[in-house]
Design a protein around this ligand. Structure first.
Ligand code: GCO
Length: 482
């Protein structure tokens, strides 16, 4: 979510269509911290870390891997803030055994990683690359051998470039190809890999990648947004069907980037409310509603237009076993008459505590989004599939005594426990992330890891947060301070 928010803020108005405007508002929450009555997590609560293939694997040319849209994008001058690439990253393609050892040393029972589509199907369709599948088999077997449950994200933004050349997510065919790719994985690994997350944060890729040009594929075309949203949702539904057809006992979820969208100025600035509702529709409801209710909010279906075909909503509305929630911060927006959508990002209220991205650190927002799932979406099983905190942006070495990160995680877990006590079916929490890695357009200037990675030497150094998370995973009791 990081650049999703900061880049949009930097850009000001969102270049959508007038349809993004609407009525109503999301009310600001005054209090950021929530204190749960009990600080004890259940014994079977899932503790893990999350990562993504492109951000950690490196080895972009190894063993027949095809090119992804991020391979192309990261090489366009000026797109990555420090001019870096993910060609080595944390070298996890070669050092995955050490990643597993770290996860084990932290006593975590689960690892959420993503599979690289171009490693498995290099041109996005047709020929399967056996060596790519072998890599993920080694990873999965390595995790299982250490009693760590693998959660595989099928698609974390690294579309095969060959599919982009045919229109990418703006082309309906890409949705069908995602299902083929899902089926290949289900058939080869579904006997032991049982937990899947189909998409990661489709909202971020659709807006940042197709409207604002800040992420791959680097497009700035408002007309693409509706079709891209729809085809990603459709691909998700088709991929769920394909996985289920390949194995009957899989647990399948998908990961939403959820952010309360708040009108700048709160109750006093009613004119900002339609902007808040507009962004809420695009970033939250355009994904939750179709997956969990089988409908689109009105303003989103207006954007989608003719891309919607008969039967699509039924295909998209597949039962899921759990909803994955990535939460970092709420967004603040205001009316911007100079923008076609009338939406611009705004600063958090004066005096707000800010993270490295200038976002409001507000754990109550996590309880709020979990509340939506509970009240508006039938209370599905939920896993928090990402939450975490970056060092201040810098090319300097990582901060090892990272009390700020421990505090961030603790406060968000307080909110999570509060939501759980209120009835949310919350079963797990994955810290973003294990190792400092390639943070998309921010390159290596943003560091989220529990473990520092020195890019010059490859040395991995445990941060204080690593030990803190390890002791939490062991006891299941949330300490009241770091
Ligand atoms: C996202 C992605 C991750 C990020 C993480 C930190 O949300 O952008 O899922 O790939 O690295 O969120 O910004």
């Amino acid at each position: 979510m990081s650049e999703f928010q900061i880049n949009r803020r930097a850009l000001g108005g969102l270049a959508l269509g007038a349809t993004a405007l609407g009525l109503g508002a999301c009310e600001p929450t005054a209090k950021t911290d929530l204190q749960p009555a009990s600080r004890q997590f259940p014994k079977d609560f899932v503790w893990g870390v999350a990562s993504a293939a492109f951000q950690i694997e490196g080895s972009q040319q190894a063993d027949g891997r095809g090119k992804s849209i991020w391979d192309t994008f990261e090489r366009i001058p000026g797109k990555i803030i420090d001019g870096s690439t993910a060609s080595i990253a944390t070298d996890s393609y070669n050092r995955f055994g050490e990643d597993i050892d770290l996860i084990k040393a932290a006593g975590l029972g689960a690892y959420r990683f993503s599979m690289s589509w171009p490693r498995i199907v290099p041109t996005g369709q047709g020929a399967v690359n056996a060596a790519g599948l072998d890599y993920y088999e080694r990873l999965v077997d390595g995790l299982l051998a250490k009693d760590i449950v693998p959660y595989a994200t099928l698609y974390h933004w690294d579309l095969p470039q060959a599919l982009q050349d045919k229109g990418g997510w703006a082309n309906r065919d890409t949705a069908l190809r995602l299902a083929d790719y899902a089926s290949v994985i289900g058939q080869r690994l579904g006997d032991r890999l049982k937990r899947f997350i189909v998409l990661n944060e489709a909202a971020a890729q659709s807006i940042l990648g197709h409207l604002l040009g800040m992420h791959a594929p680097g497009l700035k075309d408002p007309a693409l947004l509706g079709p891209v949203i729809h085809h990603m949702n459709l691909g998700q539904g088709l991929a769920i069907q394909a996985l289920r057809a390949s194995q009957s006992d899989l647990s399948i979820g998908t990961t939403f980037a959820l952010q309360p969208v708040r009108a700048s100025g709160g109750d006093l600035a009613v004119w900002n409310r339609p902007a808040a509702e507009g962004l809420d529709a695009l970033s939250n409801r355009a994904w939750l509603d179709p997956a969990l209710k089988g409908t689109y909010p009105k303003r989103v279906s207006d954007l989608i237009g003719k891309a919607l075909m008969d039967g699509d909503m039924a295909t998209i509305h597949q039962p899921i076993d759990f909803a994955g929630v990535n939460y970092y911060a709420p967004a603040y927006v205001k009316l911007d008459l100079s923008s076609p959508s009338k939406i611009a990002l705004a600063k958090p209220p004066k005096g707000s505590e800010l993270d490295a991205f200038g976002r409001h650190i507000d754990p109550s927002g996590l309880a709020e989004v979990l509340g939506w799932l509970r009240k508006d979406y039938g209370n599905p099983q939920v896993m928090i599939t990402e939450n975490g905190c970056s060092d201040p942006f810098s090319s300097k070495p990582a901060i090892i005594k990272d009390t700020f990160r421990i505090t961030y995680i603790r406060r968000h877990l307080e909110a999570a426990l509060t939501a759980k006590a209120a009835g949310s079916a919350l079963n797990g929490y994955f810290v973003w992330t294990l190792l400092d890695n390639f943070e998309w357009a921010l390159g290596y200037t943003s560091k989220f890891g529990l473990v520092a990675h020195d890019r010059a030497t490859g040395v991995r150094t445990l941060k204080d947060s690593f030990g803190w998370v390890a002791s939490l995973a062991k006891s299941g009791t949330l300490p009241s301070r770091p």
